[in-house]
Design a binder for this molecule. Structure first.
Ligand code: ARG
Ligand code: ZN
Length: 472
């Protein structure tokens, strides 16, 4: 106040005006995408999120979701407007306590904060909304939100957040999360991290409160609502374990438990191979209606079909491995998906050897031999599969062969040193395949371009199985 009033006649007035009176902000909108070559509209530019507080009410009856998400962020440039990724109907938006005008269009929520925002400024963004997520489609006509007979699943890769909370939806902007969801009494609501208790609400509702304290990608933040049996206990390392089994699993409930209840054991095994577990909690959720498994941070979700024939600890090894490869070290571009799926698939080879059901080499031989040279499988490049083939079998199976090829080229000692160094250096961040290759060369002291060119970036079946003696 005093500086501004004194400055009116002073020579220093121009500088004072810039600092305190505020010159008009030059038009400087934040980008509507994070620059991902496969999914240009995912994420946004101009700010960096540090925390999401997602506070919702969900009524399974009618699939009605409403509530408020509060986002703490910082502007990385001057901003006259900026975007969030979101598809639901918005009721109001505030930025730093002032109402902001907003436009929702095709998954982009564009906000115009009053007077703009300066580079480096802290932002508190409050969005209130209400909608029926299962009725909302994205620009490709897709709805990853799953309405189930007793609740809903907010689970999906590469996208899900736009169906339940506004976000900067790209793995290059991770944040911590509080997810607090109220549901009618008797319904369970499960999310990531630590269970921080239940709070009774008015009118016969209960709020479930969850907290994730390590950096978490938006697509790895999940919600499973319905009738679940929940098991909560401490792992041998003291961490909280929360497992949840849908009450609709029927006769394979026990097969699911015989798999998921071994999550701490699988985690311990992978710690020996990969180094320290990156997160504060463990667990798994098993449900019908998903169609796949997904490595939600600290608490993977599994379709019950994985347990139809009995226990399946391979899928557990795969999803738990993703806690390191995918969740702690995330893709920089979705093109880098081999960094997730190649290594999670290779963890199944390691687990196979550990439980005495076949060595990694035998598994690699089996995969190599199971696809004839003229199979279309060999036409998809694990290192650049294209946006419609991000989860193609080649990313998984040929991806695992690529990892095995690296192992036999550098030897076991260097191989595990590469994995541990990679996971330590990139912990809680994101990375590219090129960075992995450079690190593997640095740690091993070997030139590895040709190996990765053959296994990740060249169409056709490589002439030799990795590690198999030529006369075998
Ligand atoms: N990352 C998951 C896994 O490997 C795959 C998710 C596949 N997504 C899908 N929509 N099918 O376990
Ligand atoms: Zn996977």
């Amino acid at each position: 106040m005093s500086i501004r009033s004194k400055a009116t006649t002073a020579v220093a007035s121009a500088a004072a005006m810039t600092l305190f009176a505020g010159t008009a902000l030059a038009a400087s909108p934040g980008a509507p995408g994070a620059g991902d070559p496969y999914f240009p509209e995912y994420g946004n530019g101009g700010y960096d999120v540090s925390h999401y507080d997602i506070r919702l009410n969900y009524n399974p009856n009618g699939d009605q979701l409403s509530g408020t998400t509060t986002i703490l962020a910082r502007a990385t440039q001057d901003l006259t407007q900026f975007n969030l990724d979101f598809l639901l109907k918005v009721k109001s938006v505030r930025v730093n306590n002032a109402p902001a005008s907003f436009v929702s269009d095709d998954g982009e929520l564009t906000l115009t904060p009053r007077g703009g925002v300066r580079k480096g400024q802290d932002l508190t963004i409050v969005v209130t909304y209400a909608d029926t997520p299962s009725a909302v489609k994205d620009r490709n006509g897709i709805t990853p939100w799953t309405k189930t007979p007793d609740g809903a699943l907010a689970i999906g890769e590469p996208e899900i957040s736009s169906w339940w909370y506004p976000s900067n939806d790209h793995p290059t902007d991770k944040a911590t999360f509080d997810v607090n969801v109220a549901v009618p009494n008797g319904v369970e609501a499960i999310s990531n991290g630590t269970f921080v208790g239940q709070t009774r609400q008015i009118n016969g509702w209960t709020r479930w409160n969850w907290r994730s304290t390590k950096p978490q990608a938006t697509y790895l933040t999940f919600l499973a609502i319905g009738q679940f049996e929940i098991r909560l206990y401490a792992a041998p390392n003291g961490q909280p374990v929360v497992n949840a089994y849908s009450e609709r699993l029927g006769e394979h409930t026990d097969a699911a438990k015989s798999s998921i209840e071994r999550t701490p054991e699988v985690t311990e095994f992978l710690v020996e191979n990969f180094g320290p577990y990156p997160f504060e909690a463990q667990g798994g959720v098993v449900t019908p209606d998903l169609g796949y498994a997904l490595e939600n941070q600290t608490r993977s979700t599994y379709d019950d079909a994985f347990f139809r024939r009995g226990a399946n600890t391979y899928v557990v090894a795969h999803e738990v491995a993703h806690q390191w490869f995918g969740d702690s070290v995330s893709v920089h571009h979705w093109r880098d998906i081999w960094l997730n799926e190649g290594f999670a698939s290779y963890a199944e080879f390691l687990w196979s050897e550990h439980v005495g059901e076949g060595t990694a080499q035998e598994n690699a031989d089996f995969i190599y031999d199971s696809y004839p040279a003229d199979d279309e499988f060999w036409q998809v490049l694990p290192g650049d599969p294209g946006p419609s083939n991000v989860f193609h079998g080649a990313v998984y199976d040929r991806g695992a062969l690529a990892v095995h090829a690296l192992r036999v080229a550098v030897g076991d000692e260097k191989f595990f040193e590469i994995l541990k160094t990679w996971l330590a250096e990139k912990r809680y961040g994101d990375a590219t395949i090129e960075e992995f290759i450079a690190l593997a060369e640095r740690v091993s002291g070997q030139q590895l371009d040709q190996l990765f060119q053959t296994w990740l970036f060249t169409k056709g079946k490589p002439a030799e199985a990795p590690g198999r003696p030529a006369d075998a």
